[in-house]
Design a protein around this ligand. Structure first.
Ligand code: CMP
Length: 383
C-alpha cells in the first residue's frame, strides 16, 4: 500500500501522472540540463587537440550523466506498472517502446570510463548523442507535430513521390545530355542522381555542373521546378498545423460552450454550431470589457475568471458559466453598466449579428436571455 502511494508521488514528480506539478517542472529542468550536458560532452570529446587528461575528465563526466539516466531508467521501470495491473507486461511494454529503448541506450555511456578509444568508444559517444531523443518526452508540442505528420501522411507521400519521379527523370536526361562532354562527372545515372538532388534541393554545391547549352537550359528549368516542388511539402505541413490547431481550439470551445448553463439543453451538433460562432478572448486583470453608454457589438460568456459589473448599490460579480453584455443587444440600446475583469478572464464573444441569428433559431435561448436581462435591469432600477 505504502509503495503504491510512493509510486504515485514519484510518478507525479516525473510527470507520468495526469496533471503536471511543480515537482515535474523541477524534474524537467534536471532532465533537460542532463541531456544537453550529455550532448555537449559527446561533441567536446571529438575535438582533436584535447589533452589526454582532459579527455579522461570528459569521459568521467559523461559516465556521471549516464548514471543519472540509469537512475531515471530504473525509476521508470519501477513506475511502469502504475497504469497497468500486470507488472511484467507493463515493464516489458515500457522497455521495448521507443522511449524505453532510448532511455536504455542513454545509460550505456556509463561504460565510457572502461572502454579505450576506438570503435566501441565511438559507439558510446553516439549513444551519448542519442540522449537528445529523450527530449521527445519533455517537449510538450511534439505530439502536435506527430499528429500533423500522421494526418498529412498521404499528401506528403504523394508530394514525395512526385519529387522522386521528377528527380529520377531529370537526372537521367541530364546524364544523356552531358555524358559525352563530361564523361567523368556524369559517368552514370546514379552519379547524375547526385546532381539532381543537389539541384532540386536548390543547394547547388557546384561539384557537378552542366556544360552543354542544352544541359544548362534544362538545368535551369529543373532548378525552377525544384523550387516549386520543394515548396509543396512545406505548404502541406503549414496548412496541416493550422488545421490541427483550429480543430483543437474548436474541441476546447465546444466543451466550454457545453458547460454554459444557457446551452445545457442543446444537443452536440447545436453546441458545435454555436462554438463555431464564438471567438475566444483573454482579458487581463483590471481591464474594462464593457463601458456604460457605449454602443454594443457583442455579448460575452465567461469561461474562466471573474468580472465585476458596477451596478449600485453593490457591484455584482459574475463568474465561470455566466454571461454579460446581453441587455444592450436585446434592448438595441447602449450598454447599461461598466464591466471590469477582476482576474485574468477567458471569454467567448458572440457578435451582434450572430447573437440575433442565434436567438432567432433558438426561441428557448431567447426566452432565457430575455428573462435574465429583465431581472438584471430590475436590479439596476431598484438601485
Ligand atoms: P449590457 O447593458 O449590454 O452591458 C453591461 C452588462 O452588465 C449588461 O449588459 C449585463 O450583462 C450586465 N449587468 C447589468 N446589470 C446587471 C445586474 N444587476 N446584475 C448582473 N449583471 C448586470
Amino acid at each position: 500500500m505504502r509503495s503504491l502511494s510512493m509510486r504515485s508521488a514519484v510518478s507525479e514528480f516525473m510527470g507520468v501522472g495526469e496533471s503536471p506539478t511543480l515537482g515535474f517542472f523541477a524534474y524537467r529542468l534536471i532532465a533537460i540540463v542532463a541531456i544537453l550536458l550529455s550532448v555537449t560532452l559527446a561533441a567536446l570529446s571529438t575535438l582533436p587537440d584535447i589533452a589526454p587528461g582532459d579527455r579522461v575528465l570528459i569521459d568521467r563526466a559523461g559516465a556521471f550523466v549516464a548514471a543519472i539516466f540509469a537512475l531515471e531508467y530504473a525509476v521508470r521501470l519501477w513506475l511502469a506498472p502504475q497504469f497497468q495491473p500486470d507488472d511484467r507486461a507493463a515493464r516489458r511494454h515500457y522497455a521495448l517502446g521507443f522511449l524505453g529503448l532510448v532511455d536504455f541506450v542513454s545509460v550505456l555511456p556509463l561504460l565510457l570510463v572502461l572502454t579505450p578509444a576506438g570503435f566501441s568508444h565511438d559507439l558510446l559517444i553516439f549513444a551519448q548523442l542519442l540522449a537528445l531523443m529523450k527530449l521527445a518526452r519533455l517537449a510538450t508540442g511534439l505530439p502536435l507535430i506527430v499528429t500533423v505528420l500522421r494526418n498529412e501522411a498521404r499528401s506528403l507521400l504523394a508530394a514525395l513521390l512526385a519529387m522522386l519521379v521528377v528527380l529520377v527523370l531529370a537526372s537521367s536526361i541530364m546524364y544523356f545530355l552531358e555524358r559525352t562532354v563530361q564523361p567523368q562527372s556524369f559517368s552514370s545515372i546514379p552519379r547524375a542522381l547526385w546532381w539532381g538532388i543537389v539541384t532540386m534541393g536548390t543547394v547547388g554545391y557546384g561539384d557537378m555542373v552542366p556544360m552543354t547549352p542544352l544541359g544548362r537550359f534544362f538545368g535551369g528549368f529543373i532548378i525552377l521546378l525544384g523550387v516549386a516542388l520543394f515548396a509543396v511539402p512545406a505548404g502541406i505541413l503549414a496548412t496541416g498545423f493550422a488545421d490541427e490547431v483550429r480543430r483543437r481550439d474548436f474541441v476546447v470551445t465546444w466543451h466550454a460552450v457545453a458547460r454554459v448553463p444557457l446551452f445545457s439543453g442543446l444537443d452536440a451538433s447545436r453546441i458545435a454550431a454555436i462554438a463555431r460562432l464564438l471567438k475566444p478572448q483573454i482579458v487581463p486583470v483590471r481591464q474594462v470589457v464593457i463601458r456604460r453608454g457605449e454602443p454594443a457589438d457583442a455579448m460575452f460568456f465567461i469561461m474562466e475568471g471573474e468580472v465585476e459589473v458596477d451596478v449600485l448599490p453593490n457591484p455584482v460579480r459574475l463568474g465561470k458559466g455566466q454571461f454579460f453584455g446581453e441587455i444592450a443587444l436585446v434592448m438595441e440600446g447602449p450598454r447599461t453598466a461598466t464591466v471590469t475583469a477582476i482576474t485574468e478572464t477567458r471569454l467567448l464573444a458572440l457578435d451582434r449579428a450572430d447573437f440575433h441569428r442565434l436567438i432567432e433559431q433558438h426561441p428557448e435561448i431567447k426566452t432565457s436571455i430575455e428573462k435574465i436581462a429583465a431581472e438584471r435591469l430590475r436590479g439596476q432600477t431598484k438601485a
